[in-house]
Design a protein around this ligand. Structure first.
Ligand SMILES: [Zn+2]
Length: 368
């Protein structure tokens, strides 16, 4: 016979002496309340030194956990305070939450993952908490990053803002690219976030002049913020943002051409991929489209040639390639590709700087 108590104990990853003792669903309130207790007679340990000690008293506490479908989940537990000879009265640690938080670790991890991809207000709404509570979670994890990083050793940073542009509040992240750690996060976007980063960085003992490399996208606000606040750094425009921009231009060519050429219908995703990632069927499709002298195929080949630039490690050869590419793109008679070429031209140094530094914001994609 299935045992709901054991099931929830396992689902929460609880181990002896912790155990679920009660689960109750309230259908009207759409909530599930889970009670956890420690096994009777089990020893408590001081959270500072780990020594077993006597129980001083217990305090009822509640944590918000990940929803179970539409049910909001809450964990309740009477948490003991132990009486350590050396450290006096302290609340014992629980495995599902950090000290002082009203959320479980899983809930916080989920919230931090969402924050990376959506505006803070939208995340708060989605997970059903007030945005100031969400900001306290964000601040906590950024604070951890602060205390574990020596700011005076940092030489390469990456800057990125949350990708969702629909909401009104953004979060801009600053990452130590050598250590792959978030060192600063702030509300907002653009030039002012870089000024506030500089202030914090210097307050924590960092020297702005020691930052040699900054990787970011090509937004004018970042560019002006960097030249004002981190003037000595070499700027590298993030490769993924450059390619994304070119993909957008290729797509413009395709969208215009699809109106006059039915064969192009349903091919949008082909042009986003590299040939080595295409299926045989997709390759055949390109081969048959190639016979019809497609504009889209020309645009695609221009994109592939720009990707070739990113493989070249010799800086003289890389610049020669980029110049040839610029000539080709500007003579393609495809307006979106001409626009792309002039866009690269305006950001020439920062695109070329990749060749010698090999720096990208890639690490940011997997962070937070
Ligand atoms: Zn102790």
């Amino acid at each position: 016979m299935f045992n709901q108590i054991d099931l929830f104990t396992d689902a929460l990853g609880l181990q002896n002496p912790w155990k679920v003792t009660d689960v109750s669903f309230d259908v009207n309130e759409s909530r599930v309340d889970i009670r956890i207790a420690r096994t009777k007679g089990s020893k408590v340990k001081c959270p500072v030194c780990g020594k077993e000690c006597s129980v001083h008293d217990s305090k009822e506490r509640t944590w918000r956990h990940l929803n179970f479908f539409q049910y909001k989940a809450f964990i309740h537990c009477k948490v003991s305070r132990c009486n350590c000879e050396e450290h006096e009265v302290k609340q014992v640690d629980v495995p599902w939450a950090r000290e002082g938080s009203g959320f479980t670790l899983l809930f916080e991890a989920f919230a931090m993952t969402l924050v990376r991809n959506m505006p803070v207000n939208a995340v708060a709404k989605m997970i059903g908490i007030y945005s100031d509570r969400l900001w306290r979670i964000i601040d906590h994890y950024v604070e951890i990053a602060h205390t574990s990083v020596k700011f005076n050793d940092i030489t390469s940073i990456g800057i990125d803002e949350t990708s969702n542009k629909r909401g009104h509040d953004y979060i801009t992240l600053f990452v130590d690219l050598d250590e792959s750690k978030v060192i600063y996060a702030t509300e907002g976007k653009g030039a002012s976030t870089i000024a506030s980063f500089k202030e914090t960085f210097e307050n924590q003992g960092g020297e702005i002049s020691k930052i040699e490399h900054v990787s970011c996208d090509m937004s004018p606000a970042f560019i002006s913020g960097i030249s004002k606040n981190i003037p000595d750094a070499k700027v590298i425009y993030d490769k993924f943002h450059v390619i994304k921009r070119i993909n957008e231009e290729v797509n413009k060519v395709r969208r215009a051409e699809v109106k006059e050429n039915d064969n192009l219908k349903g091919t949008r995703f082909i042009w986003l991929k590299n040939p080595e990632n295409l299926t045989n069927k997709q390759l055949e499709e390109i081969a048959s489209l190639a016979k019809t002298n497609l504009k889209t195929l020309r645009a695609y080949n221009i994109k592939l040639s720009l990707q070739e630039f990113y493989k070249i490690t010799d800086s003289v050869a890389a610049e020669a390639h980029l110049k040839k590419w610029f000539f080709w793109a500007t003579h393609s008679r495809l307006q979106p590709m001409i626009d792309a070429a002039y866009f690269i031209k305006r950001h020439w140094e920062g695109v070329l700087n990749y060749t010698t530094t090999r720096i990208t914001n890639g690490v940011l994609e997997g962070l937070v």
